[in-house]
Design a protein around this ligand. Structure first.
Ligand code: CA
Length: 360
């Protein structure tokens, strides 16, 4: 009995002490709930799961003070209305990629990817340490939206083709799903670019409605089963050499957060930005091995003269975008200066190393 009394006293004591301590803590720990709308199907490998990871990180790092709930494309708003939803405050956060808003903000494409532009590592480097982020903030500012880099696919694949590409002639009249600035360059090379959502690509390729499609890289392409619908898998992904995924944050909602939660949101974006590139690297390696060795995919490199032509046409397309207005020109100048410098540096570092490593 004595022992039980003692235990009860202890329990009461600890509850009492706990209550005294807990009172102000409960007050400070008011839970804030945010919605994150995304351009991806719910839980889509890499892209959708990256958005999930971002939401989980913010929730965990804040000790549950800021809870973020993820909505897949179409659950709260359709994929291509994510930016507007964040701008209006329907959702406090979004996850997508800046080139989706080109109809509204053409120069936003610089912050996703540029054909023959920067790879994933270089892109983040330009954004975080080369002046890119300040320019991106200026572009989204009038919409009350704060951008953050929140994922990267790395260099993509050129795509799946049912016709061989041996010369520039073979691009003529080729019906291919290829979006963005790369799609425009492809059009100028004589191709017919088509934009279709990911979910429709397999059937379009299988039935011959499309001659070719690009998507992402081995990891995502294996999941869609494109090897069952196309004969040839071409590389490299000249049109998307390191696509940045973005988090968009409603400015008012962000400014209403205490400083520590603001830091958590921005740092969680940085973590996911890096982590997604690492995940793609690891999963692409494994998926490429499966495609080549298990499914016996016929993988080929686009001919040099085709790539050279596409590079010239891409430069033309990008220069036209830059000439649109002063701000676009300013973004292009910053981007192209960084590209020139990083190409010079990487020529004698990463590239020189890759060349010797391959020969070993
Ligand atoms: Ca793509």
């Amino acid at each position: 009995m004595k022992r039980r009394d003692f235990i009860q006293k202890l329990a009461i004591g600890s509850v009492a002490a706990g209550s005294v301590l807990a009172a102000p803590a409960v007050h400070a720990k008011k839970t804030i709930k945010w919605k994150m709308v995304t351009t991806w199907p719910k839980n889509f490998p890499g892209l959708g799961t990256g958005a999930n990871k971002l939401a989980e990180l913010i929730t965990q790092m804040s000790g549950g003070r800021l809870k973020v709930k993820v909505y897949g494309a179409g659950e709260l708003v359709p994929a291509f209305e994510v930016f507007d939803a964040v701008s209006r405050g329907t959702a406090q956060m979004g996850h997508g990629s800046a080139y989706y808003w080109k109809g509204k903000i053409e120069e936003a494409q610089f912050f996703s990817t540029v054909p023959f532009g920067l790879n994933g590592q270089e892109m983040t480097s330009w954004l975080h340490h080369g002046g890119g982020m300040a320019l991106w903030n200026q572009v989204y500012e009038p919409f009350g939206v704060i951008p953050a880099a929140a994922g990267n696919t790395g260099v993509q694949m050129a795509g799946w083709f049912n016709k061989q590409i041996n010369s520039l002639e073979d691009l003529k009249g080729l019906k291919m799903r290829i979006p963005g600035l790369g799609g425009e360059a492809f059009k100028r090379a004589g191709g017919t670019p088509v934009n279709l959502p990911g979910g429709e690509l397999f059937t379009a390729l299988k039935t011959g409605a499309l001659d070719a499609t690009e998507w992402v890289g081995p990891y995502n392409d294996l999941a869609f089963g494109f090897y069952k619908a196309a004969k040839y898998y071409y590389y490299p992904g000249w049109h998307e050499p390191g696509t940045t995924l973005e988090a968009t944050i409603n400015k008012k909602a962000f400014e209403a957060l205490p400083k520590d939660l603001q830091a958590i949101v921005m740092n969680a974006c940085s973590v996911v930005n890096q982590d997604m590139l690492l995940e793609y690297t690891a999963r692409n390696n494994a998926a490429l091995d499966t495609l080549l060795n298990k499914h016996k995919v016929d993988m080929r490199k686009l001919p040099d003269d085709v790539l050279n032509k596409l590079r010239h046409l891409s430069e033309e397309v990008v220069l036209e975008l830059a000439a649109k207005d002063k701000r676009s020109q300013k973004i292009y100048d910053s981007f192209s200066k960084f590209r020139k410098q990083v190409v010079d540096w990487h020529k004698i570092s990463e590239q020189a190393y890759y060349n010797v490593r391959t020969k070993v």
